[in-house]
Design a protein around this ligand. Structure first.
Ligand code: PLP
Length: 371
């Protein structure tokens, strides 16, 4: 992203807001519960190392990542020895590396544990993943769990330090039955696991931590979205604390011109002016993650919503302006100008995409830290 230093299109990540969010979440879960900051996917597009650093200094005691590569990036950048759990698949052949670097891995299936037991030469830490209904990773039957526990008792290299599961529907407040079913299934699994008191037990993501009176925290919660702001604008009224949004996305008007009636705008002449009209060109396009689906969303200029017109190009797009503005005027795609605000949730809703994906689509832009 070297060109992004010179291109006036940028993301601001407010690390003081991350700090405040993490402190409020810590207070809510209580001091006996670990807070794992889930920073996979480049910290949900906010910058993995920056979010990890801010979360740790505000009290996070674990980091969660998707891959061994992400774990290695963190270990090589940070001097502190924070525990890291790789939540995704790690091939058993890399377990000597994870053992050396004190990285905890996820045991994703009975087959995975059997393969690990067969090839591993030294003790390594793992958390056992139980599949209670997401049908992604994890053991699915009591028999499998008992088989793993037996192997653990016989093989000192298999160091099971935690047990966890992951919810599929923790933000569905209309129908909580699948959530309750998963939680009940987790309890059933836990009952057959010996020596549970010296293990880290965890299941709650942001939704399960914030919106459910059961507070299924056990001794750790795994929070991604909540670190970066309210996880779901539609459920903001249920939040037990005031979380702040942390990311905003901006650019400028680099050219402003007036169209005559009949003038066309953009590739294939998708838009035609019906009267004299001011428009602005902005250095932002689909290569930056601003996809055609986002055309239904306005952008902010001078505190007002203005529409995108014509087809979005690879690195540029045009907007209709209510009047002439000087070039260099700030344009906000996500964030606030005066009393107007565009939230990532609004864009996600209009584009029918999960909000985290919106952040990741724009993560190729340079992240500017604005504390
Ligand atoms: N735990 C696991 C296994 C995950 O995959 C994720 C993210 O998808 C999280 C926790 C964090 O979820 P959330 O962003 O909803 O807090």
């Amino acid at each position: 992203t070297t060109n992004a230093y010179f291109r006036p299109t940028w993301i601001d990540v407010n690390l003081s807001a991350v700090d405040s969010n993490v402190r409020l979440l810590k207070e809510y879960i209580g001091e006996k519960v670990h807070l794992m900051a889930v920073v996979k996917g480049n910290g949900y597009g906010h910058g993995m190392l920056e979010i990890a650093e801010a979360s740790i200094s505000a009290g996070a005691t674990w980091l969660g990542v998707a891959s061994l590569d992400e774990a290695l990036a963190i270990r090589s950048k940070f001097s502190h020895d924070i525990p890291i759990l790789v939540l995704g698949y790690v091939a058993p052949q890399y377990l000597s590396l994870t053992s050396q670097l004190r990285i905890t891995v996820t045991a994703i299936s009975l087959e995975w544990v059997q393969e690990a037991a067969r090839i591993v030469q030294q003790p390594f830490d793992f958390h056992l993943k139980l599949d209670t209904g997401l049908n992604r990773l994890g053991l699915t039957t009591i028999d499998e769990v008992e088989a793993v526990m037996k192997m653990v008792s016989l093989n000192p290299n298999l160091n099971c330090t935690g047990i966890f599961t992951h919810f599929a529907t923790s933000e569905d407040m209309q129908n909580k039955s699948y959530f309750h079913q998963q939680l009940a299934s987790f309890h059933t699994f836990l009952n057959v696991i010996p020596n549970r008191t010296n293990k880290i037990i965890h299941c709650a993501n942001s939704g399960a931590t914030l919106y459910h009176p059961e507070k299924p925290f056990f001794n750790m919660v795994r929070l991604g979205k909540a670190l970066m702001g309210p996880p779901n604008e539609g459920l903001k009224h249920l939040l037990p604390m005031q979380l702040q949004n942390t990311l905003s996305l901006h650019s400028i008007l680099d050219l402003v011109k007036q169209l005559n009636p009949g003038d066309k705008v953009g590739y294939v002449g998708e838009y035609t002016a019906t009267q004299h009209q001011w428009i602005g060109t902005i250095p932002m396009g689909y290569a930056d993650g601003w996809h055609q689906q986002f055309k239904a969303t306005s952008v902010l200029v001078d505190g007002k919503r203005v529409p995108i017109i014509g087809r979005i190009s690879m690195d540029q797009l045009m907007v209709a302006l209510p009047r002439k503005y000087p070039t260099g005027t700030r344009v906000t795609f996500i964030g606030q100008q005066d009393n107007e605000i565009i939230l990532a949730d609004e864009i996600a809703q209009k584009a029918s995409q999960p909000r985290s994906e919106i952040f990741l689509w724009i993560f190729c832009l340079i992240t500017v830290v604005d504390c």
